[in-house]
Design a protein around this ligand. Structure first.
Ligand SMILES: [Zn+2]
Ligand SMILES: [Zn+2]
Length: 238
């Protein structure tokens, strides 16, 4: 068994999820990327929209979710790692994000008792093209770490809409209308839901999904994402 371990670690060395450098077993980031990763400071963030207090969007819009949090900003090395996970099919990277997201849930939502974990769904053709839904993988891992039940069909894809990343703030909210629908086979009366996605940009997707969960009777919805986009954090890397 020990020999097997030595051979596999020589053939498949453990690498940094952001830059690919070989690092010790059990770690996810090299020393340089650990230093470079931009972590969110919860003490300086709005609890509702999750944004740094200076960029709080709650005056512009009343969100359907009760809270939003992420371990990292959508910048630099963590952005690179998320892109490798999503577009280069490096599924092992989901372990890194899920572990950090679990820590964020434990610290930001320490006073919340969650009943169920669910995630932002992906349309069938898109899932077929990509090979997986990254939010689903993250939610599966999170539910295991947090020992919470996962429900994988609470939310379903509705009508096809335009690609989100080409749209502005208000357009994104208009565009997501009808994109998701609640699965009416479920009743969430009085339940508190943890909603998982990979990246929060404007919050339009999470808002629409939360609205659908409230329609099923959910009491409260809290969001957790791997990355959060903030204006004062300029996009670097890929
Ligand atoms: Zn690195
Ligand atoms: Zn806010």
């Amino acid at each position: 068994m020990r020999l097997f371990k030595i051979i596999t670690s020589a053939l498949f060395p453990n690498v940094c999820v952001a830059c690919g450098e070989i690092i010790p077993e059990g770690e996810h980031l090299c020393e340089y990327c650990t230093e470079m990763a931009e972590k969110l400071d919860f003490t300086k963030a709005c609890r509702r929209c999750g944004m740094p207090k200076k960029e709080c969007m709650c005056s512009k819009r009343v969100f359907h979710f009760n809270g939003c949090a992420a371990p990292f900003y959508n910048t630099g090395v963590t952005r690179d790692a998320m892109y490798s996970f999503k577009f280069a099919r490096k599924e092992y990277i989901s372990k890194f994000f899920a572990e950090r997201m679990a820590l964020t849930v434990k610290s930001c939502y320490s006073d919340i008792n969650f009943d169920v974990v669910t995630f932002v769904p992906m349309s069938f053709p898109k899932k077929l093209r990509r090979g997986f839904n990254q939010s689903e993988l993250l939610a599966k891992r999170l539910s295991k770490i947090l020992k919470l039940p996962l429900c994988d069909d609470l939310l379903l894809c509705g009508k096809n809409t335009a690609v989100q990343h080409k749209l502005g703030f208000d357009e994104r909210f208009k565009n997501t209308k009808g994109k998701f629908k609640a699965n009416t086979n479920y009743k969430l009366n009085g339940k508190t839901v943890l909603l998982v996605d990979d990246i929060k940009t404007t919050g339009a997707t999470l808002d629409e999904c939360s609205k659908q969960l409230l329609l099923l009777g959910a009491d409260e919805v809290y969001c957790i994402t791997g990355l959060m986009t903030a204006k004062n954090k300029k996009k670097e890397g890929k």
